[in-house]
Write a protein that binds this ligand. Structure first.
Ligand code: M6R
Length: 603
């Protein structure tokens, strides 16, 4: 979580830092700040709230100087407030630090510093860092040496950007278990938590890895091992994303734009190399046991994958929420773990991967971000190509993950001779057609969804039911509604209603039912009747050739007919739109839901 940025060059640092922070705001937005150095003095502005609000009040772009750091916060230690906002400065006002991660031993370090005459003005774990750097500088070390000594005392995870008035021609970046990239410009350099921050300025990036630091001047970024100080030769990557891809293009919010980008995300992802897919198939076929680990929306995509693998390819995979993996899973040399994470930085998923590897498992990953942390932990790296996703709610990356997993299941089914070549070709053709179907879904349903949003915006509870592959669809729909509209929503396997949740159904309560074609459809109609009989208002999403469903429900969202396995791609857009429009009706910012952040880099 938290976004950190840094700049050193010839231009004024503050406006560039502000622009880069705006591009990273999806990582955290409860407070924001910048520090720059000018003529031997450190200047700091910071405040509580979203970037635009703080900027309106403080004019963040008005700090002087050509070097500086900035931070957009997602609070862990200490409430969101001005004094807990970053950058944090040492007692002498000479060293400023921005930090993403958690310093686990900060209490012990605070005590050490207090014993040496230092005091603290925030509740954060971060404030020990500038003071440790200052302490080691007072011991006679230069800026870089002091940073290395200070970092040597830290336990936990950190991406750090540090500047000091003692050496104003340097910006230092340090990474351990929190993402950090260097953007290499011409006569200027950037650091940032994520690539979109630097896209308007450069496409050449270096991805720092754990245990690495960079000593950066306007013309050089020297990467070193943090512990030994030994220089490392790193080849810059040229990123294919453009700054344009990370802009709104006339949409009022990134979330709406990204919902509408799903067809393109699927098209691009289906261009996966045959070699990558073959390697993943082989890895899974060689496995004695398969786990798919993921969180949130990626977990829902994983469930779609599990269903498709079992139904079509006769391959059994257990889907485990990443944070539960170490608590419950058996791992040995015959185990294969597929980690699904759009950001590639989710701490829970990275932990599951490490636990799996320690137990001897082989690991593959599916991620949307080239060079992200999970790629460095995995034997096989697979990519979705959804382009940058800025909205905190995952939308197009879900579609891309599902498309990839379906293609994987089709290929495995063919390899295992569960389906004929003709059937395989037919399924692949249908999958390739889904982007057009989704465009038709937008055409057909968006107005209807806007109306529904007006009608249900004040609902206190909304329940979602589905069966088979309809269940992960409604889980994802319910998650979107929670995070964007702040309405209590629960997804229930429709067959499970009678085992408890049915007791919650009362007159007028909205129940959203995903009625997918296939073997479970008939039983699903029975479940729809059960909730209707208890007074629920049923809104169904169903295939447009399902004549019977019309007689059972209060409102129908009608979707072009597809194969059952493709419904997670075609049914999800109306649910994403519903969450979006209800959130907007209720006056919330769908791109920045409260308490959440895009990239969850703490366990
Ligand atoms: O980057 P990841 O796919 O690993 O992220 C997992 C979850 O944090 C993420 O899907 C989260 O649930 C989203 N906010 C959902 O919209």
């Amino acid at each position: 979580m938290c976004g950190i940025v840094g700049y050193i060059g010839k231009r004024d640092a503050a406006p560039l830092l502000l622009d880069a922070l705006r591009r990273l705001e999806y990582r955290g937005y409860d407070s924001v700040g910048e520090a720059t150095i000018h003529k031997g003095k450190l200047y700091v502005k910071k405040g509580r709230g979203k970037i635009e609000d703080v900027h309106r009040e403080l004019k963040l772009d008005s700090l002087p100087g050509n070097v500086g750091v900035g931070h957009s916060r997602w609070a862990t230690h200490g409430e969101p407030s001005k004094r807990n906002a970053h950058p944090h400065v040492d007692n002498s006002g000479k060293v400023a630090v921005v930090h993403n991660g958690i310093i686990e031993n900060y209490e012990e370090l605070r005590q050490f510093l207090r014993d040496n005459g230092y005091s603290f003005s925030s509740d954060t774990d971060t404030e020990v860092v500038p003071n440790l750097v200052s302490y080691f500088m007072k011991q006679g070390n230069g800026f870089e040496g002091a940073v290395r000594k200070a970092v040597g005392r830290l336990k936990g995870s950190y991406a750090l950007g540090i500047v000091s008035v003692s050496e104003p021609d340097k910006l230092i970046a340090v990474r351990k278990e929190s993402p950090l990239i260097l953007g290499l410009g011409s006569g200027e350099m950037f650091i940032a938590s994520d690539i979109p921050a630097v896209l308007p300025y450069t496409k050449r990036v270096i991805i720092l890895e754990d245990g690495e630091m960079a000593v950066i001047t306007p013309i050089r970024a020297l990467v070193k091992y943090t512990d030994s100080g030994k220089a490392i030769e790193k080849k810059p990557l040229r990123v294919a994303w453009t700054a344009e891809m990370a802009e709104k293009h006339g949409y009022p919010h990134f979330m709406l734009k990204e919902i509408h980008e799903q067809p393109e995300a699927i098209r691009e992802t289906l261009r996966v190399s045959a070699d990558e897919l073959a390697q993943l198939c082989k890895m899974l076929l060689d496995a004695k046991r398969i786990y798919i680990v993921a969180c949130g929306t990626s977990h829902h995509a994983a469930l779609v994958g599990k269903y498709a693998l079992a139904k079509l390819a006769d391959v059994s995979a257990e889907v485990v929420i990443s944070s539960e993996f170490q608590e419950s899973c058996m791992v040995d040399g015959g185990t294969v773990v597929l980690a699904i994470t759009q950001s590639g930085e989710t701490a829970d998923t990275l932990k599951a991967v490490r636990v799996a590897k320690a137990g001897g498992a082989r690991v593959a990953c599916l991620t949307n971000v080239v060079g992200s942390s999970v790629t460095r932990e995995s034997e096989l790296v697979c990519h979705t190509y959804a382009g940058p996703e800025i909205g905190v709610a995952a939308t197009k990356t879900f579609a891309a993950q599902v498309a990839y997993l379906l293609l994987l299941a089709f290929n495995l089914a063919k390899m295992r001779k569960c389906i004929s070549k003709v059937k395989f070709d037919e399924l692949v053709a249908q999958l390739q057609e889904t982007p057009n179907t989704i465009d038709a879904v937008f055409e057909r349903t968006e107005k209807q969804i806007e109306e529904l949003a007006k009608r249900y915006k004040d609902a206190k509870n909304i329940y979602f039911i589905g069966r088979g592959i309809g269940y992960p669809i409604v889980m994802e729909g319910a998650l979107k509604l929670k995070e964007i509209a702040y309405i209590h929503s629960e997804a229930c396997p429709a067959g499970e209603l009678k085992h408890g949740p049915l007791a919650l159904i009362e007159h007028g309560i909205p129940v959203i039912a995903a009625v997918v074609p296939g073997s479970a459809r008939g039983r699903m109609l029975g479940n729809v009747e059960e909730v209707k009989a208890r007074g629920a208002t049923v809104i169904a999403i169903a295939a447009d050739n399902d004549e019977e469903i019309k007689r059972h429900v209060n409102e129908l969202i009608s979707i072009p007919v597809t194969h059952e396995l493709l419904t997670p791609l075609t049914y999800i857009s109306p649910l994403q739109l519903l969450a979006y429009y209800i959130g907007v009706e209720r006056g919330f910012d769908p791109d920045k839901p409260r308490h959440l952040a895009k990239s969850v880099t703490v366990e």
